[in-house]
Design a protein around this ligand. Sequence first.
Ligand code: HPA
Ligand code: ZN
Length: 339
Amino acid sequence: MEHFIHVLPKVELHLHIEGTLEPELMFELAERNQIPLPYDSVESLRNAYEFDDLQSFLDLYYQGAAVLLTRQDFYDLTWAYMKRCQDQHVVHTEIFFDPQSHTSRGVAMEDVIIGIHDALQQAEQEFGITSHLILCFLRHLSEEDALATLNAALPYRSMFIGVGLDSSEKGHPPEKFARVFDKARSLGFKRVAHAGEEGPAAYIRTAVDVLGVDRVDHGVRCTEDDNLVDDLIASRMPLTVCPLSNIKLKVFSDIKEHNIRSLLHQGACVTVNSDDPAYFGGYIEENFKAVQDGLGMTNEELARLSLNAVEASFMTMERKAMISRNIIFLLHACQIRPD
Ligand code: HPA
Ligand code: ZN
């Protein structure tokens, strides 16, 4: 079973590149850039990764991201993640980045985007892993700030496929960003938004209806509104679920309480993702293992989660068809000779 998860071709759709900053690299970059860290060792930093809720995590996440200064730093961060993708059979990944948490510290937009982009290009050449970048707006900041950020990124528009919305959810509903998402739509960008992680089901509704999103990030609180669940299922609206993140941030008290399996059985387009793996205790493979162990998911169900991610991705139809075939082939091969 573990072998099946390892070799299963996987597609990641909810991954914050700043959330892949492992403590070892954080210390290395802090030293390289002469930025003091309020921890005396990698162990004491790792020990601080106990969270009560989303905000307690975000406070550490932004503090950690402050060691990223140069184009090389963004390249190194992204390259380290792409090597993990290669190790874990991730064949395609769609990556979030938070430019406002860097430009507000004086880092040039160009260094952020080109640093990440260069590593993605190299991973495609060396590993054959395809990818897209998604520019996220920080929802605790104003819509004007988000508009200015989109404008500043437009010279590099060929390097990102869409826009997203992340950071502190409660009190910052999707509709606060209606105009900037309208602008992104008119420019031809894909749109996604975090909704229904800590915020109410109503935020999922407005992410879909007002922002016109192609996917909902998290979305697990949809089950508080039966009509919403029916609509999400009928429209095959993808939900990019992050099981280990939900446990670490106490969205669910235990993996056994998680609703991903029930949503899958009802016909929802749910997918498995790692969110901020350096902070939440695992990359995509560990997230698949968590739902397999905690919810008793079968190989067939795990393959369906991966097929959903292919369907929900922004890759070409040809690549979707090829990866889907490989997933189904593997499932059949394992059914003939279960390991
Ligand atoms: N939720 C909201 N914002 C975030 C997250 C998350 O899980 N990770 C990084 N930014
Ligand atoms: Zn997220």
